[in-house]
Design a protein around this ligand. Structure first.
Ligand code: MBD
Ligand code: FE
Length: 311
């Protein structure tokens, strides 16, 4: 049987009570958001005739999601992270701000406190038996298009199993493996030696993948490398590059791939190049320049503050 009660005064009054709108104390913004979200959910229960069994399955699911620390993983999977980027892009467009280097999502696996060095860093500890050497470098440009010395380039990525240090279920990786902060040199350049990452897959038995299965979706990301770039007078840029040619490049479960962020990994086998790059054998090279945008009225109007792991 289907009943309609959502629009009754009783239910509407109840939503205000449950959201604390009839209380003096508390936080008005939280009340406003909770009132709206509760209202939308109550309405969905009515419109879709969501059963008690379905509702309680949802409650159990949220508990599982938290117990597995996967809320930050389901979030990009459901497109929230990309949607927030779309909104920031639209705000920038409205302000006439051009992002020569597109932003894309941070993801849930950044860790603050990586080792810092000037100009160059070796990122991998050499322990990945399948690691193929990657030389990744480029120039950071300021908002006027000039090379920018002393910019901070934070880079993090996965190993050849798609696992990140600090989040590796095998426990194989040392702290901060494949996580570095490089300060650009006097020419605005950064350079790292690391290994080509593999794509990421959601934990196959976890609650995120469980829901994706119900949606008929996979939980894979293409091979990618994360960046934060920050510098005086500029907005912090959050982005990623994809290694070109990955089968998931244009089928990312987290919707982070964007035009301008797909970069070829060029294979070098000639002895000259191997010697010039001070590596032991054949290696891949990726070149990626990033251009920052200036502060808006002296502030970073889009910097994202979120709980992050700091070690
Ligand atoms: C990742 O490495 C990632 O970048 C995102 C967005 C989600 C899961 C794993
Ligand atoms: Fe990632």
């Amino acid at each position: 049987m289907e009943v309609k009660i959502f629009n009754t005064q009783d239910v509407q009054d109840f939503l205000r009570v449950a959201s604390g709108l009839e209380q003096e104390g508390g936080n008005p913004r939280v009340k406003q958001i909770i009132h709206r979200v509760l209202s939308d959910l109550y309405k969905a229960i009515e419109d879709l005739n969501i059963t008690s069994d379905e509702y309680w399955a949802g409650v159990a699911y949220l508990n599982q999601l938290g117990a597995n620390q996967e809320a930050g993983l389901l979030s990009p999977g459901l497109g929230f992270d990309h949607y927030l980027d779309m909104r920031m892009d639209a705000e920038d467009a409205a302000l006439g701000i051009e992002n020569a280097t597109p932003r894309t999502i941070e993801g849930p696996l950044y860790v603050a406190g990586a080792p810092e060095s000037v100009g160059y860093a070796r990122m991998d500890d050499g322990s990945d038996p399948n690691g193929h050497t990657l030389i990744l470098h480029g120039t950071i440009f300021d908002a006027d298009g000039k090379p920018l010395p002393n910019a901070k380039v934070e880079i993090w990525h996965a190993n050849t199993k798609g696992f990140y240090s600090h989040f590796d279920p095998t426990g194989e990786q040392q702290a901060f493996n494949m996580r570095r902060s490089i300060i650009t040199d006097e020419n605005g350049q950064y350079r790292v030696r690391t290994i080509l990452p593999a794509g990421y897959g959601c934990p196959p038995e976890g609650p995120t993948q469980q829901l994706l299965n119900q949606l008929g979706r996979h939980g894979n990301r293409p091979a990618h490398i994360h960046y934060f770039v920050s510098a005086d007078g500029h907005r912090k840029l959050t982005t990623q590059i994809n290694v070109a040619g990955d089968p998931y490049t244009y089928d990312d479960f987290a919707y982070a791939t964007r035009e301008g962020l797909v970069v070829d990994a060029v294979e070098h086998t000639d002895p000259e190049a191997i010697k010039a790059n001070d590596v032991e054998g054949p290696f891949a090279e990726m070149v990626f320049d990033l251009k920052l945008t200036r502060l808006v009225d002296g502030v970073d109007n889009q910097v994202v503050d979120r709980p992050r792991l700091a070690v």
